[in-house]
Design a protein around this ligand. Structure first.
Ligand code: UT7
Length: 337
């Protein structure tokens, strides 16, 4: 059976850095609160002078990944684009990204799995590869959160954690008999918690999806989150799904060289590590630089972990894990060839 191998990774974040202190100028928050509760020190946001969409950030990340893989855009035979902040309502950002790459007929699939977009995307890419439907898949996670955040104190719990950014991986089918590539994945969703983290408008379940009598200040235009509920779910489900994927892969936690988790809150990932009795250096963090970049978060962390030499040597095993809006959660294990 064909194996799904990562041939190249790439990242792109908008250059404008917003520090915690910058946020204190627009809302009632503090550097101390944000650092202590989340581990975030800064994030990157697009600017009014240079607005752009998730697909634009994704295109830059994709170009870097393509170069690393030694591919040209024409080599790609399937695109998977993960975002919760699409450039426009429709068509999907995958089509826009393909257009940016100059492609005219390459299939492009958008997925809306929020913080687990990379996990769902990698599993989908692997299924296409194993089914013989694709050989070279470009998987991109990209978000422009900042243009949709509530910049008043009302939205501070969400606004301080979200950052803009993108990351991409080139995944190729390989005929090797070795047990490498995407070894196993476990995915879940529970829509009963959909209200715990959501943006409601525009909404096709209303008679007018953009009601004329609603003020642009209406909280339904902004992401709202029941942070403590999501936090508690994460510290319970992330270890659980880790054990599930380890069992599928017939591995032990000690076989994992590095956990690359979704970067939602450093405290969540530390609690996860304590539960699984992992040494601190076995969990990768870059939330301090970027905040929560949702669909971009795991591939962005992977790209930097590889750049820093933390993982990527032949035989290294990395475990990806995350939970977010939906709720959706999952984990996967990848072994470098
Ligand atoms: O990636 C998607 C999945 N999302 C997550 O995994 C996020 C999970 N949740 C969290 O990370 C945390 O719940 C938050 C970081 C969002 C919030 O931290 P918390 O420790 O759960 O705080 P809280 O919501 O319980 O609020 C505690 C206090 C409240 O004040 P009172 O009622 O105690 O007076 C909040 O109003 O902190 C206040 N607060 C803030 N204060 C300063 C909330 N946000 C802020 C803020 N700055 N930005």
């Amino acid at each position: 059976m064909k194996k799904s191998i990562i041939r190249g990774t790439g990242k792109f974040v908008p250059p404008h850095v917003v520090t915690n202190d910058d946020l204190t100028a627009i809302m009632d928050t503090s550097d101390e609160w944000i650092r202590q509760r989340t581990g975030i020190q800064q994030r990157h946001w697009i600017t009014e002078e240079e607005p752009c969409g998730a697909s634009d950030l994704g295109t830059n990340a994709a170009k870097m990944a393509l170069e690393a893989a030694g591919w040209t855009p024409d080599d790609i035979d399937f695109i998977i684009f993960a975002t919760l902040s699409p450039d426009i309502m429709f068509p999907g950002g995958g089509c826009l990204l393909a257009r940016n790459l100059g492609l005219k007929s390459t299939p492009a699939l958008d997925i809306r799995q929020q913080c687990t977009g990379f996990l769902y995307g990698f599993a989908t890419a692997d299924a296409y590869i194993k089914a013989g439907l694709a050989e070279k898949v470009l998987l991109v996670g990209a978000e422009v959160h900042s243009s949709g955040l509530d910049m008043s104190t009302r939205g501070r719990d969400v606004t301080v954690i979200f950052g803009d950014g993108a990351a991409a991986v080139c995944i190729e089918a390989d005929d090797t008999e070795d047990n490498v590539g995407l070894v196993a994945s476990a995915l879940h969703a529970d829509g009963h918690y959909a209200d715990s983290l959501k943006t409601e408008l525009p909404a096709s379940n209303l008679f007018r999806r953009m009601p004329e009598d609603i003020s642009l200040d209406d909280p339904r235009y902004f992401p709202v989150m029941d942070g403590p509920t999501i936090f508690k779910k994460a510290v319970r489900m992330l270890p659980q799904v880790t054990m599930e994927v380890l069992k599928k892969a017939e591995m032990e936690i000690t076989d994992i060289d590095l956990v690359v988790p979704h970067q939602a809150n450093k405290r969540i990932n530390q609690a996860y590590g304590q539960f699984l009795k992992l040494p601190e250096d076995k969990i990768y963090h870059n939330i301090q630089k970027y905040g929560n970049t949702t669909a971009a978060s795991i591939p962005l962390a992977l790209h930097e972990a590889m750049e820093e030499g933390r993982v990527g040597k032949p035989g290294d095993v990395v475990l990806f894990v995350g939970l977010g809006a939906g709720l959706t959660w999952g984990a996967s294990i990848y072994k470098f060839p």
